[in-house]
Ligand binder design. Structure first.
Ligand code: HEC
Length: 128
């Protein structure tokens, strides 16, 4: 019984803790080695949907155009961890929690910052 309660508490606490641990700014911004690694992760895991140039035109259909990402760094990390499904859309952003290490998500972010275009926001969180 106690064991079940503990497990339930841990289940509740995990997402909150994960969010707290995400730094406000990307620790890998501008780090050439991290950007190279991030690009390689991006090509393997994200480009099938988001496209080789991150413009949303992947071979498996349409992911979002990540060059215009506006969620801020924390919003980005949180979204990649949790995924997102908008009702009525057939294309789903899969959750990557457990599949990618948190640092590799930061590295992917550092790479995506290098392809960002006007209007993108990698700094401040936008409510979503
Ligand atoms: C199976 C296809 C698929 C894969 C693989 C995928 N995504 Fe997505 N992603 C989507 C779709 C579709 C959306 C748009 C969903 C929506 O509109 O809610 C999306 C949305 C996003 C968004 C939100 C963009 C915004 O401006 O709101 C981010 C950030 C993102 N993806 C990052 C990634 C990263 C990083 C990877 C690789 C680790 C990845 N995605 C892999 C399909 C995918």
């Amino acid at each position: 019984m106690l064991c079940l309660v503990l497990m339930a508490l841990m289940g509740l606490a995990t997402p909150l803790m994960a969010e707290d641990e995400i730094p406000e700014v990307n620790p890998f911004t501008g780090d050439a080695k991290a950007i190279r690694e991030g690009r390689s992760w991006y090509r393997n895991s994200c480009s099938p949907c988001h496209g080789g140039r991150a413009d949303g035109a992947g071979e498996r259909g349409n992911g979002a155009d990540l060059r215009k990402m506006q969620l801020g760094f924390r919003g980005f990390v949180q979204l990649v961890l949790d995924g997102r499904q908008i009702q009525g859309r057939t294309q789903v952003m899969p959750p990557w929690r457990g599949a990618l290490k948190i640092d590799d998500i930061y590295r992917i972010g550092a790479y995506l910052e290098t392809v960002a275009i006007d209007g993108a926001n990698w700094k401040e969180g936008v409510k979503h």
